[in-house]
Design a protein around this ligand. Structure first.
Ligand SMILES: Nc1ncnc2c1ncn2[C@@H]1O[C@H](COP(=O)(O)OP(=O)(O)OP(=O)(O)O)[C@@H](O)[C@H]1O
Ligand SMILES: [Mg+2]
Length: 519
């Protein structure tokens, strides 16, 4: 294993829980607890991200060594690692939930890599911490595969995200009641090592604020600005205001990317919102197959559908409002925070318009183009149209003939396709008129659209197929899917099956259209 440079700023600069024992507890006046991962029976490396390993300073030989699996299973520490669990709270499904904290995530330390980048390493599923409440601190293989694959897929799609270094099997069983119906089963355990410049969440600020611990809050804000936003200048409230506006901006950019690629996070609680605007916590997430703003993958959310696809920008805004409420303890008045929230709206609106232009292959987004996109989305919802296939097909449209053939495979239902055919033809006519009104050659329009509209996304059923095989001991499906997702915008001859629309068998199957929070 290599010698890596660790600079563990979080534990060095911030107050620790004085209690270092294992017990479950409320932790006041401290931002984390020191806790070691619990060793597992039989660590085995099941998959890794070669790009991330290289970037951190691990060679392929390092990755293949038994020590690598030991470290990333939590059985051994590398020199310089100082493990801890962070203390945070959060609003879950709209309600304040009090102290939550890393109940199964354990950070190992912060690496400074060869080019000076800071990367924190964090195991998910590494065993109990003082924040585990009534749960076991572990994660199952199925959810770990989903987290591992989606982290990397999102990165390759150009969506801000935490990354994944490794997926390690523990050789232990974990009991889960997947449907919360009193039928627990034993599943294989696994641990993902995720990687990000910072794992600070909105909830890390909300907790000290909820306890009126203004000094602890201030300490965390100062630390976060210094470590995670070093480009910001100024001091005091003016600096805090700038910082909050940055958080709003980054959050808006992240959600606009989700909307562009058809990603539904599924559980946008404030403890699952990263201060860096990175997608974090790949739990009951899902990818939109047939375009539907009302769809949520999370079975726990099926009644209220708070976290449905089309609602994500509003929820992000609401979450920023909770963060602003916490930060207000550091301000004399609320105007600077309101300015920040306005920055969210402006940034999101601009990013959404940019999505319209890029997804439709327009030179710019004019006001009427927003309506053009809206009309298309209404049509896609009504006619049950696959979002990913449709936009790729649209890039191939011949605007002289308006032959809808390239769009045909995007439809899930023949009857609905026929019913929607006249409306679609009319829309294509409007679209063609708009395209004639710009001086962009067809080949260039196509290239632009194909750079914004992925050919391959991590469709829920594809991940589930890889999981089914992995459960039988065959991990090649995970590696292959990871490889396909490395180049999501390119045609990959021979891999057309990975771009196919959701098959009928997957329509109502658990893991394919309905995802459990139980992980
Ligand atoms: N098996 C578990 N053992 C202990 N704590 C858990 C477990 N599952 C979830 N938690 C805790 O419950 C809270 C909310 O869970 P949530 O599902 O949002 O997070 P998560 O999937 O564990 O992880 P993360 O947000 O770190 O990706 C968090 O405090 C989390 O640490
Ligand atoms: Mg979480």
């Amino acid at each position: 294993m290599p010698t890596l440079e660790f600079d563990n700023a979080f534990v060095r600069d911030l107050p620790a829980d004085p209690d270092t024992g294992p017990g479950i507890r409320q932790v006041h006046g401290a931002l984390y607890s020191r806790v070691a991962p619990t060793p597992v029976a039989a660590p085995r490396l099941l998959a890794h991200s070669a790009e991330m390993a290289r970037r951190l300073g691990f060679s392929e030989a390092d990755v293949a060594s038994p020590q690598f699996a030991e470290v990333f299973a939590g059985n051994a520490l590398m020199a310089g690692m100082e493990p801890f669990a962070a203390n945070y709270g959060g609003h879950q499904f709209g309600n304040w939930a009090g102290q939550l904290g890393d109940g199964r995530a354990i950070s190992l330390g912060e690496i400074i890599n060869a080019v000076g980048e800071r990367w924190e390493l964090q195991l998910k599923g590494a065993g109990p911490t003082p924040y585990s409440r009534s749960a076991d601190g572990r994660a199952v293989l199925r959810s770990s595969i989903r987290e591992f694959l989606c982290s990397e897929a999102m990165h390759h799609l150009g969506v801000p995200t935490t990354r994944a270094l490794s997926l390690v099997g523990t050789g232990e069983w974990v009991e889960r009641d997947m449907f919360y119906d009193g039928h627990p089963e034993l599943e294989h355990g696994a641990i993902v090592c995720r990687v990000a410049p910072s794992f600070i969440r909105f909830g890390n600020f909300e907790l000290p604020a909820s306890r009126d611990d203004v000094e602890l809050l201030r300490q965390l804000v100062n630390f976060c600005i210094r470590r995670d936003f070093p480009e910001l200048r100024g001091q005091g409230q003016a600096l805090y205001a700038q910082w909050f506006a940055q958080v709003c901006e980054r959050t808006a950019v992240m959600v606009a990317h989700w909307m562009r690629v058809g990603f539904v996070h599924g559980v946008m609680n404030t403890d699952n919102m990263s201060i860096l605007g990175l997608t974090i916590d790949y739990g009951p997430y899902g990818w939109v197959d047939n375009f539907d703003p009302g769809w949520t993958p999370n079975t726990t959310d099926r009644h209220h559908r708070r976290y449905r696809f089309g609602q994500q920008p509003q929820v992000a805004y609401w979450n920023l409002g909770r963060l602003a409420g916490s930060l207000s303890l550091l301000f004399d008045g609320v105007e600077p925070l309101q300015d920040g929230l306005r920055r969210f709206v402006e940034t999101y609106t601009a990013a959404d318009r940019d999505n319209v232009a890029r997804k439709l292959g327009l030179d710019e987004c004019r006001d009427e183009d927003v309506g053009l996109m809206q009309a298309l989305q209404d049509l896609m919802t009504e006619a049950e149209v696959d979002m990913t296939l449709f936009f790729r097909g649209l890039a191939d449209l011949d605007i002289d003939t308006l032959d809808p053939a390239p769009l045909r495979e995007a439809f899930y239902d023949e009857t609905r396709r026929e019913a929607a055919a006249p409306a679609l033809q009319e829309w294509l006519g409007r679209y063609a008129l708009r395209l004639r009104d710009q001086a962009v050659p067809a080949s260039e329009r196509r290239a632009r659209m194909n750079a914004a509209n992925p050919r391959y996304v991590l469709r829920n059923y594809l991940a589930q197929q890889a999981i089914d095989r992995a459960t039988e001991g065959d991990f090649s499906g995970v590696a292959e899917l990871l490889d396909v997702m490395r180049h999501p915008y390119d045609e990959q001859p021979g891999r057309e099956a990975f771009a196919a629309r959701r098959p009928d068998w997957a329509r109502e199957r658990a893991g394919c259209s309905m995802l459990s929070c139980s992980s």
